[in-house]
Design a protein around this ligand. Structure first.
Ligand SMILES: [Zn+2]
Length: 273
């Protein structure tokens, strides 16, 4: 019996290895140009005329100094619109993982399979093209595949046409692998305003932000970072869950070994019994 199961598993893996994309994709990590036909999707659409922000290498768009936020920029003030998803109903928790798939994703996927947990994965387009087998695996094992743009740029720093390209190339890569289009996207760094919302809506995509941050992204950016910070955050949320008025959407990343190892430690405490 064991032999038979193993044989079936090896056939399944062989079938998706060496996935051949038909499409020629833009360079991973670079802001792509849209296919001309995609621009028709925003042609007769009312799009908020918010500024296209200039950004420095390590800093996102800067909030107006007077504290105003006329375009509902989440990173400036935490502003959200009715169309944004950023929390769950009380008693529910949605763990989300961004920036994958990566070499560290299989460890996370294995854990989720073993514990019969389903999560949402916000995948970067270039990573999908690099790891089609992992993308396929995540889809066939029941996770929600969502988009995290093509190049992981600050979306409010892009033109309307570039926003179209970022989302549609990301969609196309996932659709080539899985046969289905994702519905949700997460703006990198949570960088979204009404202009980005309007373009995304015209394409049929729903933005997802978060209301709990594991801070695991600090692993690469903060020299004083300790993995135990992540555990501390999640332990605190679990303690607050009984009295919280809403459930959570938590931000985390299957980008580093440290962040995946942390997930394996803290995910049990987010399970609602
Ligand atoms: Zn990200």
């Amino acid at each position: 019996m064991h032999t038979r199961v193993l044989l079936l598993a090896s056939v399944a893996i062989t079938a998706i290895q060496g996935f051949a994309f038909k499409e020629t994709y833009p360079v991973a990590g670079s802001v792509p140009a849209p296919k001309p036909e995609w621009l028709a999707l925003i042609k007769n659409v009312n799009i908020t005329n918010a500024p296209v922000y200039k950004v420095a290498a390590n800093a996102g768009p800067q909030a107006p100094k007077d504290g105003s936020d006329p375009y509902c920029d989440w990173t400036f003030t935490g502003c959200v619109r009715e169309t944004d998803l950023y929390q769950c109903p009380k008693g529910q928790w949605a763990p989300t993982y961004d920036d994958g798939p990566t070499d560290f994703s299989p460890k996370l996927y294995d854990y989720l399979d073993q514990h019969k947990l389903k999560i949402t994965l916000f995948m970067v387009g270039g990573q999908v093209v690099k790891f089609p087998e992992l993308t396929q695996r995540a889809y066939t094992t029941g996770h929600e595949l969502a988009m995290h743009t093509w190049s992981h740029s600050y979306m409010t720093s892009l033109t309307n046409e570039q926003i179209v390209a970022e989302l549609k190339w990301n969609e196309l890569a996932i659709k080539e692998v899985t046969g289905v289009s994702p519905r949700f996207f997460r703006p990198p760094y949570g960088d979204i305003d009404d202009r980005v919302r309007d373009v995304a809506k015209a394409l049929g995509f729903v933005p997802v932000i978060w209301n709990h941050d594991t801070d695991d992204w600090r692993a690469s950016e903060d020299k004083t970072f300790l993995p135990s910070w992540i555990d501390g955050n999640v332990t605190q949320w679990a303690g607050e869950a009984a009295t919280a008025t809403t459930g959570g959407i938590s931000l985390s990343h299957d980008l580093y070994n440290i962040t995946v190892d942390a997930a394996l430690r803290y995910l049990p405490s987010l399970e609602v019994s």
